[in-house]
Design a protein around this ligand. Structure first.
Ligand SMILES: *Cc1c(COP(=O)(O)O)cnc(C)c1O
Length: 356
């Protein structure tokens, strides 16, 4: 049984969960990289290996989101993101595996090899792909699509917000906090002084902070923002943290109410660079360095920027510390059946990514 449900029996009875992952994910020591820093011990939490088919941070959220969708009798889930969204891809893969349909509403983003690869894989799952011309029109486009789907399916689709960052999704990272606490107590890693992760729709970070607090650990999170600040900011973070906390408290009153204090989180804005999805030169440098030393692959949209934040921190402060990098990107090879889609049947603006 997963640790959150093991600790809170009422949560277990009321919070449906689908096992999609191979958690607990390993914690590993980055020996070669650590040697390049000033008396720091750097560890990595391998959530890149989380899923049975496709890994990364979205899997933990989907274990609760897709279970909730099924429990409510939905036939299909609908979600949204950028054209190469890892979240939309993970949703498509695991909805299909769980017997649910998936509709993905995608907005434009800077083109790249990994955007094209993700788009093709989403397409190969058989998910319905829709294009939304701008982020401003997203909520209207989603509403229109939901109405259409309700007519064709006879029931409303289950709505998953961008990044899977609802209280239900964030519960996956509350569980991750308990999982890390068990690994610390089991001796896999000394209690880290600081945990580094990228900050997008914030469900990962808000859930993790809540899980750590509930497991009795006070470890500051160093959150490296990679999306515009109107999406990721302290106010919205606090709100998601509290909603998730209230949701779990309502399921089981022995899950206490916690508060976010100044020392809990450091919001690092230094790596955002020229925008979401635009690689930064620092990100490219650390990506190459980490691959050379440890054979760990980072993506340029999220994890390379977060690792650049860690790198900068490690070189600026000379105290001996144990740092943990939470790896959020998928690094599993996809099965053959998901490697063979034809871009020519994608909606037109998305097809353009392959024609430039
Ligand atoms: C979605 C994503 C994130 C951000 O997680 P949030 O919960 O949205 O903050 C980080 N890294 C990768 C690789 C992602 O795909």
């Amino acid at each position: 049984m997963i640790p959150l449900l093991h600790h809170f029996s009422l949560v277990e009875k009321k919070l449906p969960h689908l096992r999609l992952s191979a958690c607990a994910t390993p914690v590993e020591y980055l020996k070669e990289f650590s040697k390049t820093t000033d008396s720091k011990k750097i560890y990595i939490k391998r959530d890149d290996l989380s899923g049975t088919v496709y890994g990364g941070n979205k899997v933990r959220k989907l274990e609760f989101l897709l279970a909730d969708a099924k429990n409510r009798g939905a036939k299909r889930v609908i979600t949204s993101g950028a054209a190469g969204s890892n979240h939309c891809l993970a949703t498509a893969v695991y909805a299909q595996q769980s017997g649910l349909g998936a509709t993905l509403m995608l907005c434009g983003q800077p083109n790249s090899q990994s955007v094209r690869a993700n788009l093709l894989t989403m397409h190969a799952t058989g998910a319905q792909i829709r294009f939304c011309p701008s982020w401003e029109q997203l909520s209207q486009s989603l509403e229109n699509e939901c109405q259409k789907l309700q007519k064709t399916d006879g029931v409303s689709p289950y709505f998953i917000p961008p990044g899977g960052s609802s209280p239900v999704g964030a519960a996956g990272f509350v569980n991750a906090g308990f999982e890390l606490a068990e690994q610390i107590r089991g001796g896999d890693i000394a209690c880290p002084d600081r945990i580094f992760l990228p900050l997008g729709t914030m469900g990962t970070a808000a859930g993790l902070l809540l899980g750590l607090k509930a497991a009795g650990l006070a470890i500051p999170l160093h959150l490296v923002r990679v999306v515009p600040s109107f999406i990721a900011n302290e106010t919205a973070f606090g709100a998601l943290f509290s909603q998730t906390n209230q949701y779990l408290h309502d399921l089981d009153s022995s899950f206490r109410i916690f508060t976010v204090n100044d020392e809990d989180c450091f919001f690092d804005h230094s790596q955002y660079g020229d925008g979401y999805g635009v690689p930064s030169s620092w990100g490219e440098v650390v990506r190459e360095k980490l691959f050379g030393l440890e054979k760990i692959v980072l993506d340029l949209v999220y994890s390379a920027k977060a690792f650049a934040g860690l790198s900068l921190y490690a070189s600026n402060f000379s105290a001996k510390e144990t740092l943990l990098f939470w790896h959020t990107k998928n690094s599993k090879h996809l099965p053959e059946r998901l490697n063979s889609a034809d871009y020519s049947s994608l909606p037109l603006p998305l097809k353009d990514y392959f024609l430039q």
